[in-house]
Design a protein around this ligand. Structure first.
Ligand code: ADP
Ligand code: F6P
Length: 498
């Protein structure tokens, strides 16, 4: 609710994100002669923010990459959305292949992503990063220019994620002082030791300190950010108690808000599902089995090989579970073309094949692995049906899948096996079965604990987790962000009739 606690004074909202809320495409096989169709918001953040931007009649600036995206925009890259009820401006930024290679696949996903997820060995520190960083800066400048085209003294600019580390300062230089710039960093922030590996450390910190407000999922990331500023940026003054950083005449306030999911929709969708037997059979899973479930982007931060190792150990230790328990791993290829992602895909597929040939029989496979598209309805059905949901990242800013599982567990009988290295663990850790994904024996034992847990205990834990997930859902997260933004913006003098 933009009119709620937060942005009573909101007159102009500008959202900036890498992924766009709507994508235009030519209908199947019709090429650029065909009629154009529009995809619904892709889920999660985009779907959650869409109604807010609609209500505010705001502007959303994002990378346009659909086949037909620029066939429907005006000369400035703008199109009114949603198509059936035009309420706000989607301003698409067109990026050349070289820009995408360097800004998205390069600096964003081969420097910042491994850096923030504590995989220093995967940071591209060869010759490529300097060129990638040039492009990252160029793309941040283009987004900042687009913001400046729309911004007024009353504007609130809300930037999403690590693709725009430099944009806040670039925007700050171009728009009226009274406008407010806020940013949410959806991934972890690294330790100072790891941050030392960042080839553009100072410029990134200076960029982010162009924000009035910088949000993280959990306190730890905000604290690490302050430590990095203190250690790597001369001239910055950090107030650790009040979570303020003064730099170059401006002040950045840090805040934490653990992101939630649209719990009611997951709950309702899961209730409407009419069984999953046919779906399971399509994957070759007998509907009778005890079901373990994994749902991830194919990303090295998600701990999928560690999960497979624990499953192998589990089947070694529990021969009676062979034929009786199946683990369904749904994976979506992501950022393909980046060598670390290609290697991960190959490793995961070959490990599944190896483990299946070790334990599998003619009519049963221990692990069923699929990269097939599964609709949101079917996904909710699988969450509801799963006896154990296994989430094992080595590091994850939040992990929304954990919350989606809980919101969909309407029968209150599933168990969440959850890595202690996720933001979600700070919320659900007390009632999940906690794992350290790198400790294979303990991980296998945790799977045993989950599958042997008495029904009353499963229900008790699931009820607690559901209370958390429904109480702190996506709307609550947005309200808290807007309340924090509103406290700064409405008192900044740009609008004092709140
Ligand atoms: P990340 O943002 O790193 O991908 P999250 O768990 O926070 O991880 O969010 C992932 C989102 O993508 C969730 O909404 C989830 O439902 C969806 N998703 C992830 N993997 C799959 C998959 N294999 N199939 C369908 N949806 C998926
Ligand atoms: O949560 C981190 C994040 O990078 C989101 O910003 C993004 O939408 C999601 O993971 C999927 O990644 P990508 O946009 O690179 O496909």
């Amino acid at each position: 609710e933009t009119e709620g606690d937060g942005l009573g004074c909101l007159e102009s909202l500008i959202v900036v994100s890498n992924r766009q809320p709507y994508r235009h495409e030519y209908e199947d096989g019709e090429g650029d002669e065909g009629s154009i169709v529009v995809d619904e918001p892709a889920g999660g953040l985009t779907a959650g923010l869409d109604p807010v931007v609609r209500e505010a009649n705001g502007t959303w600036i994002a990378w346009g990459d659909g086949d037909a995206d620029f066939a429907v925009t005006d000369d400035d890259g703008c199109v009114a959305v949603p198509p059936d009820e035009e309420s706000y401006t989607l301003h698409r930024i067109e990026l050349s292949e070289e820009a995408v290679d360097s800004y998205y696949y390069g600096f964003s996903n081969q420097v910042l992503w491994p850096l923030c997820h504590e995989f220093p060995d995967l940071i591209d520190d060869g010759d490529a990063w300097a060129n990638d960083f040039e492009w990252y800066r160029t793309v941040n400048e283009r987004f900042a220019d687009a913001v400046a085209e729309h911004a007024t003294a009353e504007s609130v600019v809300w930037i999403q994620d690590y693709h725009f580390g430099l944009a806040p300062r670039l925007i700050r230089r171009q728009i009226p002082e009274a406008a407010t710039i806020a940013h949410f960093w959806h991934i972890p922030w690294p330790t100072p030791e790891t941050f030392a590996e960042c080839p553009a450390d100072e410029e990134l910190l200076v960029g982010l300190l162009g924000n009035d407000l910088l949000g993280f999922h959990v306190d730890r990331y905000a604290r690490l950010f302050m430590e990095c500023v203190e250690q790597y940026l001369d001239g910055a003054v950090v107030d650790h108690d009040r979570w303020l950083v003064d730099y170059d005449g401006g002040t950045t306030r840090l805040a934490t808000a653990a992101m939630g999911v649209d719990a009611d929709t997951y709950d309702e969708t899961a209730r409407e599902v009419e069984g999953t037997d046919a779906l399971l059979e399509r994957f070759g899973v007998s509907p009778e089995v005890t079901l373990g479930l994994g749902v991830d982007r194919l990303d090295y931060s998600k701990g999928i090989p560690e999960r497979l190792a624990a499953l192998e150990r589990f089947f070694e230790r529990n021969p009676d579970r062979r034929g009786e328990f199946t683990f369904l791993q749904k994976a979506t290829p992501s950022r393909t073309g980046i060598p670390a992602y290609e290697r991960l895909g190959e490793l995961v597929r070959s490990e599944v094949t190896r483990i299946n040939s070790r334990f599998g029989t003619d009519d049963w496979q221990p692990i069923v692995y699929t990269e097939e598209y599964v609709s949101r309805e079917h996904l909710c059905g699988l969450y509801r049906r799963a006896d154990a949901m296994v989430i094992s990242p080595l590091l994850d800013g939040m992990n929304l899948v954990a919350q989606e599982f809980v919101a969909s567990s309407v029968d209150e009988d599933g168990v969440l096996v959850l890595s202690e290295h996720t933001g979600a663990h700070e919320r659900l850790g007390a009632d999940a079965v906690t794992i350290d994904p790198t400790d294979t024996d303990a991980f296998a034992a945790a799977l045993e604990t989950a599958l042997e847990m008495p029904a009353s205990e499963r229900r008790r834990r699931m009820r607690n987790m559901r209370e958390d997930v429904f109480g702190a859902d996506l709307e609550a997260w947005m309200d808290s962000q807007f309340a924090a933004i509103g406290r700064l913006h409405c008192s900044s003098g740009s609008d004092d009739d709140e």
